[in-house]
Design a protein around this ligand. Structure first.
Ligand SMILES: [Zn+2]
Length: 186
């Protein structure tokens, strides 16, 4: 726990022990600690079909981008680019693609060591939060709700969309040819 408190302090946010989550605005009683605990406790009951698989990554990206103060700044590049690839390019993400994307971003970092994506203001990072996903986790519509959550977060981060699109375009040739694209509708 201390790690993220230290990280938040470095980013100028003093984390309070109670009330709403200061980062995403979710209506919790124990603040960000409860938001993180809730997120970590969510077990999606939805089957891991190929169509549902991207939602497992989107929820990680959406939560990370709603709480950038507790992550390193390059995490934002990674999560926003993955959102772009899944939401805008319909890539059916899988576990093998994440380390490839990390490698791509590590190379990019060398060319722009000081770049920083400015997060949207605290609590203005999409209306949906981990609370909505907790409610949805037992539902057959869970995947659709996670897509909606991720879309809200992506829109809130529109100041970084150009960088994410650039990184995504540079990464796409590295995607193995067998990886599918979701049909329109998501
Ligand atoms: Zn939160």
């Amino acid at each position: 726990m201390q790690d993220y408190l230290d990280q938040a302090a470095k980013n100028g946010v003093v984390i309070l022990p109670n009330g709403r989550c200061q980062c995403c605005g979710a209506d919790y009683e124990r603040g960000i600690a409860e938001c993180i605990d809730t997120f970590n406790s969510i077990e999606l009951v939805q089957a891991q079909t190929i169509e549902n698989l991207p939602a497992r990554f989107l929820r990680v990206d959406a939560h990370a981008l709603q709480h950038p103060e507790i992550h390193g700044r390059w995490s934002n590049h990674f999560h926003l680019t993955r959102l772009h690839l899944i939401l805008k390019k319909n890539i059916v993400w899988n576990y093998k693609l994440s380390p490839l994307l990390s490698k791509h971003i590590n190379a990019y970092k060398l060319t722009r060591p000081d770049e920083y994506l400015i997060p949207p203001p605290l609590m203005r990072r999409g209306n949906m939060t981990s609370l909505d996903i907790l409610k949805a986790s037992q539902s057959v519509e869970c995947s659709e709700l996670i897509f909606a959550w991720a879309n809200e977060v992506y829109e809130a981060w529109n100041a970084g969309a150009g960088v994410a699109a650039y990184l995504a375009d540079g990464f796409r040739p590295s995607i193995p040819s067998g990886v599918r694209h979701l049909d329109a509708g998501h």
